[in-house]
Design a protein around this ligand. Structure first.
Ligand code: GRF
Length: 213
């Protein structure tokens, strides 16, 4: 069977950001849009947490926000179906998970295959999951970093788009390492979204190729 190849669309795109917390990656993407580096607009900022500070920022920026209460849905899939409906209504091209602390159902992952990105504060496939800055320190690795990847059914394991590396220092704490990684997150996430809407991201199997312009 011929290998399936996905190429991202070159167009003015529509983005939905999913977040559960402070939203600094959301702000980095928003800032890159406002600076004209990303050819897209944010059509929706979605959350599973009503009090997420990122939602408040979005409102202040005049962006449309939506909170759906997970407790009102019978299952993870039912919740995700509602989220997908909202995203589809707005004709969104790309979902950006930016600190969205809820595991997505296989249904959601299939619906947005190659159209949903996530940022993870480690060099995947090392240290998937949570508290990964502390895990990197405890393991004694000399380098860690950040990874932007497409979302696949296996958590934190989809095709890798961009990575950035930072040193792990001997006196690092979880907080100092997280802060050093975050600086890189704010560079590679907007850059990945930029590449997406420049039509330069090509996915073949689990490898991502960045096309030259
Ligand atoms: C970041 O460290 C990101 O890598 C992880 O969750 C955190 C979100 O931070 N997925 P913020 O809400 O974008 O500030």
């Amino acid at each position: 069977m011929a290998e399936e190849i996905f190429v991202s669309p070159k167009k003015r795109g529509r983005i939905a950001v999913f977040l559960s917390g402070r939203g600094s990656n959301f702000r980095a993407i928003h800032a890159a849009i406002q600076a004209g580096r990303i050819n897209a607009g944010i059509s929706l900022v979605f959350s599973n947490i009503e009090a997420a500070p990122g939602l408040q920022t979005a409102r202040e920026e005049g962006l449309e926000t939506l909170y759906l209460n997970p407790k009102l849905y019978a299952s993870r899939e039912e919740y995700d179906k509602a989220a997908v409906r909202e995203v589809r209504k707005r004709d969104v091209d790309l979902v950006c998970l930016a600190g969205y602390m809820r595991i997505l159902s296989p249904y959601f992952c299939r619906e947005f295959k190659n159209r949903c990105m996530n940022i993870h504060p480690a060099l995947l496939p090392s240290f998937p999951g949570l508290h990964v800055q502390q895990k990197a320190i405890d393991w004694g690795v000399r380098f860690s970093g950040a990874t932007v990847h497409f979302v696949a059914e296996e958590v934190d394991m989809g095709p890798i788009i961009l990575q950035a590396m930072v040193p792990v220092l001997q006196d690092d704490t979880e907080e100092t390492l997280a802060a050093r990684i975050l600086v890189e997150e704010h560079k590679i996430y907007p850059r990945s979204v930029q590449l997406f809407f420049e039509g330069r991201i090509e996915v073949r199997g689990r490898r991502v190729f960045i096309r030259e312009t």
